[in-house]
Design a protein around this ligand. Structure first.
Ligand SMILES: [Zn+2]
Length: 306
């Protein structure tokens, strides 16, 4: 009996199922399919599925924009996409250096030797041995095979590239907005814009590594382009209203924090005074708002622009 139990346990461990992400691609246009991540912090329950990952279908291959938090997630997005069209993945684009957006890259490197295109600063921050926050946060089971893959093609200036018959324009912001270097990706002909985490909706953003003034500049840039579909880094709204919450949040934070500076509110008190109450029911409000207000204060204390 004991022997039976032992061998059964062994079998069950051996055949332990990978986490099932239960992924369904959403078709946004003839060439664009997206997997929308949950508006939650990464956890064992969502296995890090909390950012958007999209496939652009070209003439004879796919281009993937952001690959999520781990290898297994990327693998399952591809399994779902191959039911639509079994094409190879020629290139992967990294929108910015936060690890919920690029830790699936290893899958596409291993299976397709995909070209990884990303911000020019990416390889200064990471190499193939880097251990990121997500790797320590989620279990080894979930993060199995996950690794950082350095960028092959570094984008340091606005660049247009044709991949599988589609023209991609890469616009590195050149200033801090959500992160040190955010890459906006624009398909002018198809009127599709990927906004990186410069735009989120349905949840609060973080400017821990960014800037309020930069975010507002970035929103202006995004709004100046002619798009029909805007893919936010997180959030489900891809319509013309997609940038509104981000714009509203950062305009108000700027206005209110500058008023607090004028009123001689100290850095220690500012997060208790500027509450941004309009956003208090949103996911991530409790995680990020106080910090965003505090950081905005440091940034705006001696700001003398408009
Ligand atoms: Zn993100």
């Amino acid at each position: 009996m004991l022997k039976k139990i032992i061998s059964l346990t062994f079998l069950l461990t051996f055949y332990a199922q990978a986490f099932d992400f239960n992924l369904k691609p959403v078709k946004l246009s003839d060439e664009l399919y997206c997997f929308f991540g949950k508006l939650e912090v990464p956890s064992e329950e969502n296995a890090g599925n909390m950012s958007n990952s999209c496939y652009v279908k070209g003439n004879n291959s796919y281009v993937v924009v952001d690959t999520g938090s781990n290898y297994e997630f990327a693998k399952q997005t591809y399994e779902a996409m191959s039911k639509i069209a079994k094409l190879p993945v020629e290139a992967v684009i990294v929108s910015h250096e936060h690890d919920d957006h690029f830790l699936g890259n290893g899958f596409f490197k291993d299976i397709f030797n995909a070209k990884i295109i990303g911000p020019s600063t990416f390889n200064d921050k990471y190499n193939s041995n880097s251990k990121t926050r997500m790797m320590s946060l989620l279990s080894e089971d979930i993060m199995n095979k996950t690794r950082v893959v350095p960028v092959d093609v570094k984008i340091s200036e606005e660049t247009t590239m044709t991949i599988s018959g589609k023209e991609f324009t890469f616009i590195p912001l050149g200033f801090k907005a959500h992160s040190a270097q955010d890459l906006v990706i624009y398909l002018e002909k198809e009127k599709i814009l990927f906004a990186a985490d410069v735009i989120m909706n349905g949840r609060l953003n973080s400017t821990r590594d960014g800037s309020v003034i930069g975010m507002l500049k970035a929103v202006d840039l995004v709004k100046s382009k002619d798009w029909k579909i805007l893919v936010p880094g997180h959030g489900f709204d891809t319509s013309e209203t997609a940038p509104n919450e981000t714009e509203q949040y950062y305009s108000l934070i700027k206005q209110r924090v500058m008023k607090a500076v004028e009123d001689d509110v100290g850095a220690a008190e500012v997060s208790n005074i500027v509450l941004m109450e309009e956003f208090k029911d949103m996911p991530f409000y409790d995680v990020f708002n106080k910090r965003n207000v505090f950081d905005a204060y440091s940034e705006l204390e001696f700001y003398d622009g408009e």
